[in-house]
Design a protein around this ligand. Structure first.
Ligand code: 5GP
Length: 188
């Protein structure tokens, strides 16, 4: 039964790690590769981690209606390409979107049947420590992401499921449980 799962929550909360673990547990789940205008980080590959687009190409695809959702996040643009999603759904496979909160809210409007999971940190300090420890962003970017996260955290109650990522194994087990239950249920 094809279904769409949206995993959202602030940057640094562990969405990527949880999704990697989720997909090891449920290999039939496909991950939609997003488009972004931010520069690739070391080790990231075009087409595997993101479709890295310049501003013009991104704007053109927005104009052409090629995004299911898109948002500006900390000064960069991110979006889910319809072609990515449709490719997996056409195979009858369930799909996971890892997106920030504005995008998740848009998906709620356009695909109310999508199952939405908000991943929250145990505390704001824990989020800051995680972003600093991860070392993928410079201090300015981290500050910006933390600022954005305050607004994101206020929206957590609006999602179907809330997982507090204080213990990675427990959080993974909850996420796997949620997705497994939904996949096993006839779609409405
Ligand atoms: P990062 O730059 O750390 O890879 O991603 C920044 C934020 O953008 C993260 O919260 C990530 O989940 C989110 N993001 C990644 N892809 C998309 C997308 O396609 N759409 C939206 N709205 N957010 C995305």
């Amino acid at each position: 039964m094809a279904r769409v799962f949206v995993i959202t929550g602030p940057s640094g909360v562990g969405k990527g790690t949880l999704i990697r673990r989720l997909r090891s547990a449920l290999p039939e789940l496909r991950l939609s590769v997003s488009a972004t205008t931010r520069a690739p980080r070391e080790g990231e590959e075009h087409g595997r981690d993101y479709w890295f687009l310049d501003e013009d190409a991104f704007a053109r695809q927005v104009r052409d209606g090629e995004f299911v959702e898109h948002a500006e996040y900390a000064g960069r643009r991110y979006g889910t390409l319809r072609s990515e999603l449709d490719r997996h759904l056409a195979d009858g496979a369930p799909v996971v979107l890892e997106i920030e909160v504005q995008g998740a809210q848009q998906v709620r409007g356009t695909m109310p049947e999508a199952v939405q999971v908000f991943v929250a940190p145990p505390s704001f300090d824990a989020l800051r420590e995680r972003l600093e420890r991860r070392g993928t962003d410079d201090p300015d970017v981290i500050r910006r992401r933390l600022d954005v996260s305050l607004g994101e955290l206020r929206q957590q109650e609006q999602f179907d499921h809330l997982i507090v990522n204080d213990d990675l194994d427990a959080a993974t087990a909850r996420l796997v449980g949620i997705v497994r239950d939904e996949i096993g249920r006839p779609s409405s």
